[in-house]
Ligand binder design. Structure first.
Ligand SMILES: Cc1cc2nc3c(=O)[nH]c(=O)nc-3n(C[C@H](O)[C@H](O)[C@H](O)COP(=O)(O)OP(=O)(O)OC[C@H]3O[C@@H](n4cnc5c(N)ncnc54)[C@H](O)[C@@H]3O)c2cc1C
Length: 504
């Protein structure tokens, strides 16, 4: 694409900012991404400790199947076919300390057989659930940047499942789970944010897993990020690291660039913020471009919880363990003064050879909390107590694991704990949220506006624009933003997919 002589500056190098850069470059703009961290990815992150790599984000990527929904969308921003995906047989195994065990298979037939064997009296609701999983796996996504003409076919294909979507959309995960008598299956739907989310979220995800279209890619979320960064460079774009934006520069209600910490100004024809929504509106723009609707959203709408992550480098081959294991514990573990949990979830990354040397395994445990203030205050006011509390939580997690795999404690050679304070420090996300806005029952999936009232040549993208977040919210919000920019500039929006290549 011929350079059109205009420049877009993008605040934030998470998945959304990177996708915005690719779309902008493909349409002939100069694109410069300013990322405050020393690497790109934002929440799509992993970190190395000794010989281990600890992933925080990727459980599944929608669009992993070359013939599946959303695959072509990814191909507009990077060559997804260079990634190697695996589809675990079990999504998660849920166990009690007393020995009860439920295996939630990704294949709908196996899942149905497991649920029927455990609770034959629930046959009607199980069949209805499995029918929903199979049907929603065929769900066609609507392109938020497309008009009626582009979306007509997927909309028509979705017509038969609309009543199901409407019914599930009104229920929370917790309400949905209450239809089942199996206590472990009920627990699966009611745990943490899953219990508060619309039931569509989990049933739809299981549907995509059944279609092998929600796989895990070797190398985790950073493998995706690196390929998009590579594409940006190939297209002539620029990514600057350790470049924290302090303000969006505005002249006569038009964004004209940004100012970095240290004072440097980066001028541009357009500014796209792919950083945290709250910080963008109320800090970078000083709260000057808001209306009652936006204020109400930020005051009232619920966000996904933040989390602690306990990461363990274990000198043991744990290949016999499931990819994900949830242990229901008799003595709840205390995460912080306001938060207890009666379950601890583990991920055993034995299926990713890039995360640990042969014979060793990276293990992680995510512990949700909404008490981000406690962890931030502790880190700022009492670093020693902060370390002690992190140690207390990791000891409690290791205790749960030791009960399940006796002897594992002495094989642990690396312990790493991140907290909501780490999430905020490294990604800037408001309240340390994992995925932005929760989609509560009845709220619908509608995106928030990607412009601000009264401010010209400025756009927002990312998980704070698209409730529910997730990696697909990157391209799904970046595409309409760049398309709208092109329309205003009378530039053609041509974002051809990447060419086919062999898996490396
Ligand atoms: C534990 C966990 C599990 C998840 N699992 C999955 C999953 O399995 N599948 C899935 O699809 N999604 C998953 N997600 C969600 C997904 O990671 C996020 O929704 C997505 O990465 C958000 O991308 P983003 O670009 O909108 O925001 P972010 O990733 O937050 O990116 C924002 C970027 O802006 C930068 N920034 C902020 N302020 C400034 C500033 N002032 N100047 C410069 N740069 C700035 C930040 O450093 C960051 O890089 C998970 C998330 C978490 C935390």
């Amino acid at each position: 694409m011929k350079n059109n002589g205009r420049k877009i500056v993008i605040v934030g190098g998470g998945i959304a900012g990177l996708c915005a850069a690719v779309y902008a470059l493909k349409c002939g703009y100069d694109a410069e991404v300013l990322e405050m961290h020393d690497m790109a990815g934002g929440l799509a992150m992993s970190w190395r400790r000794g010989p281990y790599t600890f992933e925080t984000c990727l459980h599944w990527l929608i669009g992993s199947n070359p013939h599946g929904e959303f695959h072509e969308n990814w191909k507009e921003v990077f060559d997804i076919d260079r990634l190697k995906f695996i589809n675990p047989r079990e999504f998660v195994r849920i166990e009690t300390e007393a020995g009860d065990c439920l295996r939630l298979y990704t294949n709908a037939d196996l899942l149905e057989a497991e649920l029927m064997a455990r609770a034959p009296q629930d046959d009607e609701v199980i069949r209805d659930f499995i029918h929903s999983v199979r049907s929603l796996g065929k769900f066609k996504m609507i392109d938020p940047s497309g008009g009626l003409a582009q979306n007509l076919l997927p909309m028509l294909q979705d017509v038969p499942i609309l009543p199901m979507l409407r019914r599930l959309g009104k229920m929370s995960g917790k309400e949905y789970g209450e239809r089942f008598s199996d206590p472990l299956f009920r627990q699966f739907f009611s745990t943490g944010d899953m219990g508060k989310l619309t039931a569509i979220a989990m049933v739809l995800s299981l549907g995509w897993m059944n279609e092998n279209n929600a796989g895990y890619c070797i190398g985790g979320s950073q493998a995706i990020v690196r390929l998009i960064e590579e594409r940006i460079r190939q297209l002539g774009g620029k990514i600057r690291y350790k470049a924290r934006v302090n303000a969006v520069l505005v002249e006569q209600d038009v964004a004209v660039g940004v100012q970095l910490e240290g004072g440097e100004k980066v001028l541009a024809d357009w500014v796209i913020s792919a950083a945290d929504g709250h910080a963008t509106i109320f800090n970078l723009l000083g709260g000057r471009y808001v209306n009652d609707e936006i204020r109400k959203i930020y005051e009232e709408r619920k966000t996904f919880a933040s989390y602690l992550q306990v990461s363990l480098g274990v000198a043991m081959d744990l290949a016999n363990e499931p990819a994900m294991l949830t242990r229901i514990v008799e003595d709840p573990i205390r995460i912080d003064p306001e938060t207890e949990s009666n379950h601890v979830a583990f991920r055993f990354f034995h299926y990713d050879p890039t995360f640990a040397p042969p014979g060793k395994t990276a293990v992680t445990s995510i512990l949700p909390t909404r008490n981000h203030r406690y962890w931030e205050d502790l880190r700022n006011s009492d670093p020693m107590q902060y370390r002690i509390q992190k140690r207390r939580v990791s000891d409690a997690v290791i205790e749960v694991l030791e009960k399940r795999i006796p002897g594992i404690r002495i094989a642990i050679e690396v312990v790493d704990v991140s907290t909501p304070a780490s999430v905020m420090r490294y990604t800037g996300n408001w309240k340390g949220s994992q995925e932005g806005w929760l989609i509560e029952p009845g709220a619908g999936f509608k995106s928030l506006p990607n412009t601000l009232p009264g401010l010209g040549r400025f756009m927002m993208v990312g998980q704070w624009v698209m409730p529910g977040g997730g990696l697909p919210s990157g391209p799904m919000t970046a595409r309409p933003a760049v398309k709208a920019i092109c329309k205003q500039d009378h530039v053609s929006f041509d974002v051809h997919p990447e060419p086919e290549t062999a898996v490396v």
